[in-house]
Write a protein that binds this ligand. Structure first.
Ligand SMILES: Nc1nc(=O)c2c([nH]1)NC[C@@H]1CN(c3ccc(C(=O)N[C@@H](CCC(=O)O)C(=O)O)cc3)CN21
Ligand SMILES: CC(C)C(=O)C(=O)O
Ligand SMILES: [Mg+2]
Length: 281
């Protein structure tokens, strides 16, 4: 049996075999990820786009995250679980402590993830001081979609790269356990990886980070639209559609259910019933 990942062990995993993270949002997905020995499960606020049908992560609430994280925890009791703090739930130190406290206590999450760098450094510092492991998230941070004006690759200018590196250093100095780098050029992610002490986890950040994270639906071919960085490693959508078409055809042709999928009564019992029916007439 694989040894369980922890916030402490993450730091010693830097520079070793790349870490494998994936998102999950419910019990059945979590069962699969634990069986596949995925290192870390992220309950992402991408639940908003993948499961809830919103256009962005902005409408996702803390109660939504607590609900989904508690389902995931039941399916993967032995896998490290990181949970996203959603939009506007960490605007100041007291709000961040209250939100993260609920997540940790009500879902048994191992760590929380917050988007941003220096502008949320006080919140990060308070969480770490109160013994709540924190994962950082920089680059294309989807909760800032309205500021970015869309899902745009970040840190593409000299000034943008400098700001990202300064944010990464600030988070590292304040005790984060890992850093997600999303939607940035590969060389920038490689540079940040070499200049922080914690493992970097990339998504659309090239292959020189200390690990990768992928949205469940994107990684397994369940999405209808894919960001450029997403690669489906299975065709679950195609397999599901094939099964649904077969089900429909077999119901319509009465080939399902067959004898093997039906319940039966012995002739003797049926005949007894039938004799009473005919007697009563
Ligand atoms: N299914 C899914 N996968 C994700 O990775 C994901 C979500 N949903 N929802 C929340 C955020 C939103 N994310 C996204 C969504 C779209 C792009 C996208 O379309 N990017 C452009 C880049 C444009 C540019 O070059 O600046 C692309 O073409 O891939 C990127 C990240 C990442 N997260
Ligand atoms: C894509 C990952 C990093 C995320 O934050 C999410 O799934 O919400
Ligand atoms: Mg997220």
């Amino acid at each position: 049996m694989k040894e369980r990942m922890t916030a402490q062990k993450l730091k010693t995993a830097k520079g070793q075999t790349p870490l494998v993270w994936m998102t999950a949002y419910d019990y059945s997905q979590a069962l699969l990820l634990e069986e596949a020995e995925i290192d870390v499960i992220l309950v992402g606020d991408s639940v908003g786009t993948t499961v809830m049908g919103y256009d962005s992560t902005i409408p996702v609430t803390l109660d939504n995250m607590i609900y989904h994280a508690s389902l995931v925890r039941r399916g993967a009791p032995r896998t490290m679980m990181v949970v996203d703090l959603p939009f506007l739930t960490y605007t100041d130190v007291s709000t961040a402590l209250k939100s993260a406290g609920r997540l940790i206590q009500e879902t048994l999450a191992d760590a929380v993830k917050l988007e941003g760098g220096r502008k949320i450094i006080e919140q990060v510092d308070a969480l770490v001081r109160h013994d709540i492991p924190v994962v950082g998230h920089l680059g294309l941070t989807p909760q800032s979609i309205h500021t970015f004006g869309g899902y745009r690759v970040q840190a593409r200018t000299g000034e943008g790269i400098r700001a990202l590196v300064d944010d990464a250093r600030a988070l590292d100095d304040h005790g984060i356990s890992a850093l997600v780098l999303e939607g940035i050029p590969d060389r920038v992610a490689a540079y940040v990886t070499q200049h922080v002490s914690v493992p970097t986890i990339g998504i659309g950040a090239g292959n020189q980070t200390d690990g990768q994270v992928l949205v469940f639906h994107d990684g397994l071919g369940l999405s209808s639209r894919y960001p450029k960085f997403a690669k489906p490693f299975a065709d679950v959508r195609g397999t599901v559609l094939e099964g649904l078409r077969q089900y429909r055809a077999e119901v319509q042709s009465r080939s399902f259910p067959d004898d093997a999928h039906s319940y039966h009564v012995p002739d003797k019992e049926w005949n007894e019933f039938w004799s009473h029916v005919t007697q009563d007439r």
